[in-house]
Ligand binder design. Structure first.
Ligand code: AMP
Ligand code: MN
Ligand code: MN
Ligand code: MN
Length: 299
């Protein structure tokens, strides 16, 4: 079945679109195929699979999406650093990852491995023996380790009561397990995405704990590097903060994207579930010329 609908030219009118979700290829709970099936059940027409630092789930998701009549954008959410902060950049790609992005993804996998060893060493100091093996056990399959795997290992070992506390005490921003040194600079990951023919989207700009002024500086640096869009909506967020962010995007001529940042069923968000978009002049990222085939009706 092929039944794609055309996407609207205005962000505020869009429905059935989610351009930020995770699968078991990174720290999501659903396989790429199960994620696409859930998106279909929830009425999505357009989606992007944005696993952390990998496109390993894209091929399986793409065939599932094709069979169900959902438009799927190949994508990834790249880890980077800027001014000592861990900044995420979503690359929305018109096709397969290529050029500098292909080599970049290989180096991200290595960086993640080296980082996991360092996180493990630091967590051993707070009492988690065999930290790397325990995180690996939590991850289950042979996918690259992330902080959520260490968080679950800390809970499993009884060192913290829950995941939230694991991040608050040991893994969150500024804590010993928040190891950023292995990630490339923001400008590098943006360049990889552009080199692959994609659009670089600054992920969840409201979730870095920045003042409005500092967020403006981040948006400037991102744009300077070749970034062209930012997520105006990421899951559920304060309406005033959204309007303020819309002004910051508008001032810089950045496109707007939106996504739930879905990781697992039963969590705070579901595919396609997020705050409404206010009336804004910010153009939807799918109106970017490089993503034109994604937004169009297929037949
Ligand atoms: P990593 O990619 O290894 O840096 O891990 C970051 C991931 O951890 C994010 O993408 C979230 O899925 C998850 N995460 C970050 N902060 C928290 C938190 N406070 N509670 C639960 N999960 C979190
Ligand atoms: Mn995640
Ligand atoms: Mn993120
Ligand atoms: Mn994400």
């Amino acid at each position: 079945m092929i039944l794609h609908s055309e996407l609207p030219a205005s962000l505020a009118e869009c429905q059935g679109v989610d351009l930020h979700m995770h699968s078991t290829a990174s720290d999501g709970a659903l396989s790429p195929v199960d994620l696409v099936a859930l998106c279909h059940r929830r009425g999505l027409t357009h989606m992007a699979l944005t696993d952390h630092d990998t496109v390993a789930g894209v091929a399986a998701a793409a065939s599932a999406a094709e069979a169900l009549g959902i438009r799927l954008l190949p994508a990834t959410e790249l880890s980077s650093q800027w001014q000592g902060l861990n900044i995420h950049v979503v690359g929305l790609l018109p096709g397969e990852a290529q050029g500098a992005l292909s080599t970049g993804l290989e180096s991200q996998a290595q960086a993640r491995e080296a980082r996991a060893e360092e996180i493990a060493a630091r967590l051993e100091k707070v009492g988690l023996s065999n930290a790397l093996a325990r995180a690996r056990e939590q991850a289950g399959e042979q996918r690259p380790l992330g902080r959520p795997d260490f968080a679950r290992a800390l809970v499993d070992a009884g060192l913290v009561p829950d995941i939230a506390t694991a991040f608050k005490k040991h893994l969150g921003s500024g804590k010993p397990g928040d190891v950023k040194a292995h990630w490339p600079y923001l400008s590098e990951v943006v360049e990889w995405i552009v080199d692959s023919g994609g659009v670089a989207v600054l992920a969840h700009p409201l979730r870095y704990g920045l003042t409005r002024r500092k967020r403006g500086l981040l948006l400037d640096a991102f744009r300077e590097a070749g970034g062209e869009a930012a997520e105006l909506i990421s899951g559920f967020q304060n309406a005033d903060a959204t309007r303020d962010l819309a002004r910051q995007l508008d001032e810089r001529g950045l496109y707007g994207s939106l996504g739930s940042d879905f990781h697992f069923p039963g969590g705070p968000v579901a595919p396609g579930a997020m705050s409404p978009v206010p009336r804004t002049a910010v153009a939807p990222v799918w109106t970017h010329p490089r993503l034109s085939t994604f937004a169009a009706r297929l037949n």
